[in-house]
Design a protein around this ligand. Structure first.
Ligand SMILES: NC(=O)c1ccc[n+]([C@@H]2O[C@H](COP(=O)([O-])OP(=O)(O)OC[C@H]3O[C@@H](n4cnc5c(N)ncnc54)[C@H](OP(=O)(O)O)[C@@H]3O)[C@@H](O)[C@H]2O)c1
Length: 331
């Protein structure tokens, strides 16, 4: 098999990352026991950082980015996967240390792959992608910590982004009252249609405040923003409230005190999608297949071609992506 195909290629000169569409061959791909023909990939926040070079996500060049993909197995020396299997991959350093999914073919380790759940197609799997998978892990973390719909409202920050958009219908489906925090008031109808019961301006959580605690309100929260937003959120959690912290779209700092933890028993749960264990991964994908309304999922998606990727990656740095960006890799 000596096929030549298109891939996004990152190169670096004088410390500056440049992305282009290149033609490469199977022999250029890194080692792995499974070769996948990629049909769909996506752009996530981390891809935005990698492709623009805004953060040191990728350290060796030339490099094919793309932290997730869905496609069909075309060659496998693993007993777990056979030719024709529909598979998906998120994380495990793919698109960071190992060439990724923004390429017609990807060669990866079988232990990183998940079979696409029954009833879901590859495009839907990537409409979910790393962002939606992280949303599911965050919802599961709240539930695992005992947060139930009767306890009160759940706040989702960065609501109009990828993780936020998928979190809303997942929570609403399980009966939670979801409050969407956004900086884009113009997207209120979009967020309400996804299942938010009300919208709050993200400015409410952005200000520096001196008080160690605010009035106790939220039963749970999924935070994609970090920084002052996360610190303010911790202050306004109910007694035994739970925050699933998964992002840093607003900053990686945490200018907080211990008071929410020691006076209100607030629990701060970290969410990592990259090295999440395989049994949790499979449980999350099963839950996504059961709980997510594919009509709502479709309403979050903008589809772009592989050729559009170099230009669209910077949208994440501006916080201007609504929902999910799915990349059509095949044809
Ligand atoms: N832990 C993990 O494994 C994991 C996995 C996936 C993603 N993440 C992280 O989760 C975060 C969200 O990822 P994503 O793919 O959903 O990105 P995204 O689509 O760009 O969404 C981020 C959202 O955050 C809000 N935002 C952006 N800049 C902000 C700022 N300066 N202050 C306050 N809010 C701001 C915006 O929402 P509004 O316009 O609605 O305000 C934006 O849409 C990223 O930090 C990403 O790295 C982590």
């Amino acid at each position: 098999m000596n096929e030549r195909f298109s891939a996004v290629l990152l190169e670096q000169t004088d410390g500056k990352t440049r992305a282009s569409i290149a033609t490469i061959g199977i022999d250029d791909l890194p080692e792995g026991d499974v070769l996948v023909a990629v049909d769909w990939s996506t752009l996530n926040y981390k891809d935005g950082l990698a492709i623009t070079g805004a953060a040191k996500v990728v350290r060796s060049f030339p490099f094919v980015p793309g932290i997730d993909f869905a496609g069909r197995v075309v060659r496998s020396s693993s007993s777990e996967f056979a030719e024709g299997d529909e598979v998906l991959l998120t994380g495990f350093g793919v698109g960071e240390h190992h060439w990724g999914g923004l390429s017609r073919y990807a060669r990866v380790k079988s232990e990183w792959l998940v079979k696409v759940p029954g009833g879901m197609n590859g495009r839907q799997a990537m409409a979910i992608g790393t962002a939606g998978f992280t949303a599911m892990l965050s919802v599961m973390a709240l539930e695992d910590q005992g947060v139930t719909p009767d306890k009160g409202e759940i706040l989702v920050t960065g609501a109009a982004g990828g993780v936020g958009s998928v979190s809303i219908p997942l929570l609403a489906k399980r009966g939670f009252q979801v409050v969407a925090s956004t900086g884009r008031a113009s997207l209120a109808d979009y967020l309400t249609a996804l299942g938010a019961s009300r919208i709050v301006d993200r400015g409410e959580f952005a200000a520096k405040g001196k008080a160690p605690l605010d009035s106790a309100h939220w039963a749970g929260a999924i935070d994609t923003v970090g920084g002052e937003t996360l610190a303010n959120l911790l202050k306004s959690m109910q007694y035994l409230g739970v925050v699933a912290a998964c992002g840093l779209a607003g900053g990686s700092g945490l200018p907080a005190t211990v008071f929410p933890f020691i006076l209100r028993g607030v629990r701060l749960i970290g969410i990592d999608s990259v090295y999440c264990p395989m049994e949790v991964r499979k449980r999350a994908w099963r839950r996504l297949a059961e709980d997510l309304d594919y009509g709502l999922l479709d309403s979050m998606v903008s589809e772009i071609a592989l050729e559009d990727v170099p230009d669209r990656a910077a949208d994440f740095l501006e916080g201007s992506v609504r929902g999910r960006l799915v990349v059509r890799v095949a044809g």
